[in-house]
Design a protein around this ligand. Structure first.
Ligand code: FAD
Length: 351
């Protein structure tokens, strides 16, 4: 089938935040050869290429993308037992992530249950090594199949080669823009127990008798996420976001001392959550809320979610410029108050 190349395709509806302009050219790839065709098209026309998954971690500029936007829609899910007894799932990069999690859990496989309800595609999960409620994608990713634009060939990268860390991998740092992810391979534990490391989850099951099942853990995660506006629900205006807008900062001992001193001057105590403290992380939500911002604070049509201090939401008809203006106000006030420069988490496209 010939590659269908569309022109002037609005990108806002393809994102969860819903802001920004159009892509000059657009291709939706359902097969590996579509990807190679789209790359050839972009090269022939000397166009910059942007790869789009589920659009849940993006802020598109009001000018849009003056190049080719390539949306990965490659489906497919195959599973087999490995020699070590784990179940290996090969999943097309375009598959919806939460659909894959539901399928893994229906087969009683553990390892991704705490990542239930994260929007976006399977191919998006290695990019920023998604994580939630004490689990990270890198704990189960075995390899990532990519089209390497530098070597112009399909390659299978091992977990080690992906260099995963907190919200990072080679895909969003040292080799940003080099790989188009085609398929991700995960190794899950058959008949495994759910990981209930996180405070919120432990509290949820505190009064339950016996061990919760994987399905119960998934349901709990989705309920907790919905309460925070972190589950995409059409009826919830607080879920019209790009998720957490800022990463939890990793601080040095000196920065932590400075923060503790500044907090004491205000009669506050820096909260210590075991899950964050182990990695020397500070809660970005706490920093935002203690810099004079309250949940629901609005600036034009952009606002802080009324359920979660870390999410910036589009209240309806917002422009990317309005989102950025609120971002900058938060960054400046947190830095002035706490001496810490927060790092935004979403990817900014076309700025
Ligand atoms: C309500 C809400 C809650 C969220 N909660 C969490 C959370 O708990 N934890 C968390 O880590 N994240 C969370 N996120 C952020 C987001 O869902 C994840 O980062 C997700 O993995 C992004 O996947 P995507 O397919 O939507 O990628 P996109 O947003 O489309 O793209 C993000 C980046 O990945 C790249 N990319 C995507 N697909 C490919 C591919 N196939 N090949 C190469 N590059 C690709 C893009 O070029 C871009 O740089 C949340 C977002 C929302 C809206």
């Amino acid at each position: 089938m010939a590659l269908e190349i569309q022109e002037n395709v609005p990108l806002a509806p393809l994102t969860t935040l819903g802001v920004g302009g159009a892509a000059r050219f657009f291709v939706a790839a359902t097969e590996h050869h579509d990807v190679e065709g789209a790359v050839a098209f972009a090269r022939n026309k000397s166009l910059p290429l942007f790869v789009l998954g589920g659009g849940s971690n993006l802020v598109i500029s009001d000018r849009g993308w003056n190049g080719l936007a390539l949306q990965i829609e490659i489906q497919g899910l195959h599973h087999q037992r490995s020699a070590g007894g784990k179940i290996i799932f090969d999943v097309g990069a375009g598959m919806n992530w939460d659909t894959f999690v539901a399928q893994a859990i229906s087969r009683k496989c553990a390892g991704v249950e705490c990542l239930s309800g994260i929007p976006g595609s399977v191919g998006g999960t290695p990019v920023q090594n998604v994580g939630a409620y004490g689990q990270e994608a890198c704990e189960t990713i075995v390899s990532v199949l990519t089209f390497d634009l530098t070597e112009n060939r399909v390659r299978e990268l091992t977990t080690k080669e992906c260099e995963f860390s907190y919200r990072e991998s080679i895909f969003n740092t040292s080799q940003r823009g080099r790989h188009i992810i085609l398929r991700v391979r995960y190794a899950l534990v058959p008949q495994g127990q759910p990981a209930l490391r996180y405070g919120d989850l432990q509290k949820y099951f505190a009064d339950c008798d016996g061990e919760p099942t994987l399905s119960e853990a998934r349901e709990a995660v989705r309920k907790i996420r919905a309460r925070k506006g972190m589950l995409i629900s059409p009826g919830d205006p607080d879920s019209r976001s790009a998720g957490s807008f800022f990463k939890n900062p990793i601080v040095t001992r000196l920065q932590h001392e400075d923060l503790t001193r500044r907090a004491a001057e205000k009669g506050l105590q820096v909260p210590a959550y075991p899950a964050l403290s182990q990695q020397h992380k500070i809660s970005a939500a706490w920093l935002v809320e203690n810099s004079g911002f309250r949940k629901g604070y609005a600036k034009g049509r952009a606002a802080i979610s009324s359920k979660h201090a870390l999410a910036i939401v589009n209240r309806g008809g917002a422009t990317a410029a309005e989102i950025l203006s609120l971002r900058d106000e938060i960054l400046a006030r947190v830095e002035e108050t706490w001496g810490i420069r927060l790092e935004p988490e979403p990817v900014f496209v076309g700025f």
